[in-house]
Design a binder for this molecule. Sequence first.
Ligand SMILES: [Zn+2]
Length: 448
Amino acid sequence: MDIGQLRKDVRDMMPELEGDLEKLIAIPSCAFPGYPPEPVNEMCDETVALLKRYGLTDARKLEVPGGYPAVYGEMAGPAGAPTVMMYAHYDVQPAPKEMGWDTEPFEPTRKDGRIFGRGASDDKSGIAVHAGTVRALNGKPPVNLKIIVEGEEETISHLGDFVHANKEMFQADAFIVADMGNLAPGEPAVTSTLRGHVHAIVEVQTLDHPLHSGEFGGVAPDALVALIRMLATLHHDDGEVAIKGLTSGDWGGGDYPEETYRATSAILDGVELIGRGTVGSRLWSKPSVSVLGIDCPSVDKASNVLLPSARARVGLRIAPGADADHEVETLMEHLRSVAPWGVKVHCERGKVSNGFLVDRERPAYAASKEALTEAYEKEADDCGSGGSIPLLDILKDVAPNAEFVLWGAEDLALSRIHASNESVDPAEIEHMILAQTIFLDRFAAKAR
Ligand SMILES: [Zn+2]
């Protein structure tokens, strides 16, 4: 493979590709219930057209029962070559102006070398990276290539059922999920771990009905105070998670500098960081727990009564490789065990999803590190991701031997995915096209 030529080819296609990406950003493809379906369907059609223009002649709309269609296409490689499926999604998060956008979210805007707009990074950049990769391959992929672009990643996805019903289509030796990014632009890192997450709802009852707080207060416990005392035991004083029995791992990759974390996390001046260990370990290899919501009277509607019941939703991010069922049970057991005053506690488990650990002993991992290092001309590091991708579990289910490469153009430092002022650095897209094209070549050689 002539890397110098490849660099030039990718450089040359960028002006056109950036223009095409801007057209995609202008389509408000929000697939959440209550949002108009026309732009979502339009986005699907445009994705098909784009991939075709860049050389995936086979690109087509794929009806997904119960939901918005996906986009699919294949390109045959040499006989005996491994199969690689590349994933991205074309739907986006909502982008209400009140979120604090400085520009119109669906009017792509250039500023400071970046393209701003909802979906610029998450994950229309992934579509651009795949289209660019297809063009760079010039009709001669070194692997059997499959591309799937989902239309419902950000909302209730129907792709999982579709995958289970069409296992053959989703057989691959490696999956590339281009819905991630480097920690900072120009700093190559492959995502090797993902935390999973679990939810539990805890309800506390102390009284049969509300009581006048003057006539009865001071003797009978109110449920909200009991719940608050329980929730307060989830952390030690320094913010380290205090739930005994949870799985926790060590982080062996590069660290996430505290200054970068402060700059990107919206944490206020003077507010301390919580937990123990490196920032990388706290984000990527250890559990974290948050109280996501509490049902109780609002401040404006509060009156002088002892509350008979209160409930909270607790969210726990679990270590990569941890068993989600075990972790949610451990969380609920903790909450029951710390209940004060004999109050009645009822715990109910919510949605759970396992984390993910890339197997570092296998060819796709090695090929991805080499490809990133080559593309950026800079030693690639490992990073983790605090988020989880439920689709990974489904793909692992139908293709148990497949490897996963998790990367993309959504740099963590500046992209602000899901938030206001989302943006992408076109240089990241360019580098990721290079990396992906080199990866396919290296993986084909290693996996043969
Ligand atoms: Zn995404």
